[in-house]
Design a protein around this ligand. Structure first.
Ligand code: SF4
Ligand code: SF4
Length: 77
C-alpha cells in the first residue's frame, strides 16, 4: 500500500490540523494511550498512528508531548 509520508487531517469545524510524520512514527502507542478522548488508533495495516475520531479532539496536546519521535504536529499546540 502506498502511504503519504506526512499525512494531514483537518477539522474544518474546529479549525485545527493534525499532521503525523510517517517517516518517524513506528506505532509505539504513547499517543494512543495518552489521548483522553481516544482520537488516535494504530492502523495495523500500515503500522502507523491515525487520528480516526478527529471530532473528539479537545486540543489538549498530550499526543504531541508524549510522542518520543516528535512525529505529531498539532496546529493548536
Ligand atoms: S507516539 Fe509517536 S511514534 Fe508512537 S505511535 Fe504515536 S505518533 Fe507514532
Ligand atoms: S490533542 Fe489531545 S485530544 Fe487531540 S488527539 Fe492529541 S491527545 Fe487526543
Amino acid at each position: 500500500m502506498w502511504v503519504t509520508i506526512m499525512p494531514e487531517w483537518k477539522n474544518y469545524e474546529l479549525d485545527f490540523t493534525i499532521t503525523i510524520d510517517y517517516e518517524k512514527c513506528h506505532a509505539c502507542l504513547p499517543c494512543v494511550e495518552n489521548c483522553p478522548t481516544n482520537v488516535l488508533e494504530i492502523d495495523e495495516e500500515i503500522e502507523k498512528a491515525v487520528p480516526i475520531r478527529l471530532d473528539d479532539c479537545t486540543e489538549c496536546c498530550a499526543c504531541v508531548l508524549v510522542c518520543p519521535e516528535d512525529a505529531i504536529t498539532h496546529s493548536s499546540c
